[in-house]
Design a protein around this ligand. Structure first.
Ligand code: ADP
Ligand code: ADP
Length: 231
């Protein structure tokens, strides 16, 4: 049974742009699934809909076979969906640990237990092999390290599905290799990874299934192993 099924999703923005046109496909649990396509294809719009940041104009999303209205990021988080944005949502003046606690505790002004926060960051970075200093101020970190914090923040909410929107855009080739190794580890630990990219080479290196969008329409949806076998 698919973990996530998009059924006839269309999205027209307020200005009349048709960003998605009747898109249907399924994501199986425990895979690295890529959504590929040129700029403007509708990839980000689809992921925003899955994360509750945009609502579809028509169509529905099923999680575990059940139609779910993902009205907000809060609903997505409750359903175990986490997202690493292209533009990070970290607070630069706070430490790594503080940022991760803020991600877990949406209550504004909640007391930050620094010792518990540091322990939580250390536990997560050990489990996922994402080494970061919990006491470092986010502003002082490299972009690649900030991305690790962003991933840890998403993972700290007990996600089952991790969406990464063009995560390699800000990385050097060695940093990209390292990210891919970490994503493979996460997949091996049972997470489902949704990897958004416009680079087919990266998709081939990482994913086992690819869905291709072009100008809002689904133009391809296949296991990558099948493609590789033919080549
Ligand atoms: P991709 O992520 O594949 O680059 P997007 O989902 O960002 O594609 O964009 C799909 C289409 O929707 C593009 O034509 C884009 O200009 C348009 N679009 C994206 N966001 C908005 C918005 N907030 N308002 C109007 N049009 C938008
Ligand atoms: P609230 O208004 O009560 O904060 P939201 O639905 O806006 O409710 O947020 C719920 C949770 O989702 C919070 O933990 C928040 O940090 C997270 N969240 C909200 N918007 C985003 C976003 N754009 N990217 C990542 N996480 C978000």
């Amino acid at each position: 049974r698919p973990l996530i099924a998009f059924a006839g999703i269309s999205k027209t923005y307020g200005n009349g742009t048709l960003a998605l046109d009747d898109v249907s496909f399924a994501i199986r649990p425990g895979v690295i699934h890529a959504v590929c396509g040129e700029n403007g294809a509708g990839k980000s719009t689809l992921m925003k809909i899955l994360f509750g940041l945009e609502q579809p104009s028509s169509g529905s999303i099923q999680l575990d076979g059940e139609a779910v209205a993902i009205a907000s990021p809060r609903v997505a988080a409750e359903r175990g969906i986490g997202m690493v944005h292209q533009h990070f949502s970290l607070v630069p003046s706070l430490s790594v640990a503080e940022n991760i606690v803020l991600g877990q505790e949406p209550r504004r002004g909640a007391f930050l237990d620094r010792v518990a926060a540091r322990r939580r960051v250390e536990e997560l970075s050990r489990r996922y092999n994402l080494a970061v200093d919990p006491d470092a101020t986010v502003r002082t970190l490299s972009v690649a390290a900030q991305q690790k914090v962003e991933i840890l923040k998403a993972l700290s909410r007990d996600v089952r599905v991790l969406i990464l929107d063009e995560p390699t855009a800000v990385l050097t080739p060695p940093e990209t290799e390292e990210l891919f190794d970490r994503l493979r580890d996460m997949r091996a630990a049972g997470l489902t990874i949704l990897f958004i990219s416009h680079k087919l080479r990266e998709v081939r290196a990482l994913a086992s299934h690819v869905t291709v969008l072009r100008a809002g329409k689904l133009v391809g949806d296949a296991p990558l192993a099948a493609i590789d076998d033919e080549a």
